[in-house]
Design a protein around this ligand. Structure first.
Ligand code: UDX
Length: 433
């Protein structure tokens, strides 16, 4: 099959590379010439484990190519995927669909034969209808089918998530569209991945409902963690105790500094807009958004409290800046709010992150970036674990207690055992324990 992937960001690039690895012929398209030139030279625009090798193999075997020429790329495709960004619109929180509609218009002007146009971008309910209208208006004589196929991959585990998904959701209205989509995903059916065919609007909503539910689960356990601290309970044991109930499930019950990233914050806001527009209140999601925003700021105060209430002139070392491990993504990372709270309180901040420092340096110019964990920690009055990178899981805690100015560790991801940390000579604070 010939697939054109419009947009070579996280979702587009990973999906395109994985489809080519299944044997399809894929061209990944992007307007950004520097990005495409980089990809043609084997340089990845994002950090994602395993992606460079996957791209290299399929490019060298000529199943995967890159281009800035959208019309030429879509002309003889069997399926065209739209995988462009849908950021939060400044000011009102609606998903900004201008990139999706611009791509749809360009595709509409270039197609000359029947093909499926698949929305992989996360888009509010009804976007597929508008894409269909754009295509029909520009090209009344060609039959195209517009399909919704949301992507559930997680950064840092994207390739595995794509190849071994919990499910594939396909929102298609016509039999021919379903037939083509079955062909696109046939290699995954052989892996027995469950496939769910739904109406197009339903598929669009499934993506938002899934992300909002996961954000709710995290926020719920974060509030339970706060209560644990007040009543002397242990949130990790609470998570395990409730997660063993099959109806609840063990995942996404890890308490921490609040969720961040490219999806949960923007998708929860966009879902609230859809609920407002349709006069169908979603008070739970509304609370989740507020509680999570407050939590990120509260983590800065937690550090200041651990310092005895005064951070002015104190040196704070942050370990981890990205919103989660195995990515260089800083979008809506809790570290941004924590850094701001600490700077407002007059602290001096040093940080180390295995992949995120280049991007972070631009976003937080006041922070001194260190060359290693131990360099960051040297002479610090407080050490804060913000992101649970593997590299921070087996630090020499005794050494840290010695090289820090004050042996204080605030572990916002609960990656250390409190007894061990205290035995190493550290004053140890964590979340909900
Ligand atoms: C998420 C969804 O998981 C994915 O299905 C969707 O396609 C895109 O959004 P991603 O943003 O890559 O993926 O990361 P994820 O691993 O889900 O983590 C999101 C945030 O929640 C991170 O900030 C993470 O630290 C936080 N989190 C996650 C917790 O605080 N506790 C948990 O138990 C799980």
């Amino acid at each position: 099959m010939k697939i054109a992937m419009i947009g070579s960001g996280y979702v587009g690039l990973v999906s395109g590379a994985c489809f080519s690895d299944f044997g399809h012929n894929v061209v990944c398209v992007d307007k950004d010439e520097t990005k495409i030139a980089g990809l043609l030279a084997g340089k990845m625009p994002i950090y994602e484990p395993g992606l460079d090798a996957l791209v290299e193999r399929n490019a060298s075997e000529e199943r995967l190519s890159f281009s800035t020429d959208l019309p030429a790329s879509v002309a003889d495709a069997d399926a065209v995927f739209i995988a462009v960004g849908t950021p939060s619109r400044r000011g009102d929180g609606h998903a900004d669909l201008s990139f999706v509609y611009a791509a749809a218009r360009e595709i509409a002007e270039s197609v000359t034969k029947p093909m499926v146009i698949v929305n992989k971008s996360t888009v509010p309910v009804g976007t597929g209808d508008e894409v269909e209208r754009i295509l029909a208006e520009a090209n009344p004589n060609v039959q195209n089918w517009v399909v919704s196929n949301p992507e559930f991959l997680r950064e840092g585990a994207a390739i595995d998530d794509f190849k071994r998904p919990d499910r594939i959701v396909i929102g298609a209205e016509e039999e021919e569209a379903k037939r083509i989509m079955r062909e696109v995903y046939r290699p995954l059916f052989l892996n027995e991945a469950p496939i769910l065919f739904t109406g197009r609007r339903t598929a669009e909503l499934i993506k938002y409902a899934a992300n909002a539910f996961l954000a709710t689960k995290i926020t719920f356990i974060n509030e339970i963690a706060d209560l644990c601290e007040k009543v002397g309970a242990d949130v990790q044991e609470v998570s395990r105790g409730i997660g063993l109930d099959n109806r609840i499930g063990p995942k996404f019950l890890h308490a921490g500094p609040g969720y961040g990233g490219s999806c949960f914050p923007k998708d929860t806001l966009a879902l609230l807009k859809t609920s407002e527009d349709n006069d169908s209140p979603m008070r739970i999601v509304e609370s989740v958004v507020k509680v999570n925003d407050n939590r990120k700021r509260a983590m800065g105060r937690k550090v200041i409290d651990a310092l005895g209430g005064e951070a002015r002139g104190r040196k704070v070392a942050l370990l981890g800046l990205t919103f989660k491990p195995n990515t260089d993504d800083m979008r809506d990372a809790p570290s941004l709010a924590i850094v701001q709270a600490l700077l407002d309180a007059g602290a001096n901040i040093t940080a180390f992150d295995p992949e995120g420092m280049d991007i972070a340096a631009e976003l937080m110019p006041e922070v001194t970036m260190a060359g290693s964990s131990y360099e960051a920690v040297t002479d610090a009055d407080a050490v804060v674990i913000v992101t649970e990178w593997d590299a921070f899981r087996a630090l020499d805690l005794k050494h840290i207690a010695q090289i820090a100015a004050q042996p204080l560790l605030v572990d916002l991801r609960n990656i250390y055992n409190p007894e061990e940390a205290r035995a190493a000579g550290l004053t140890y604070h964590s979340v909900g324990r």
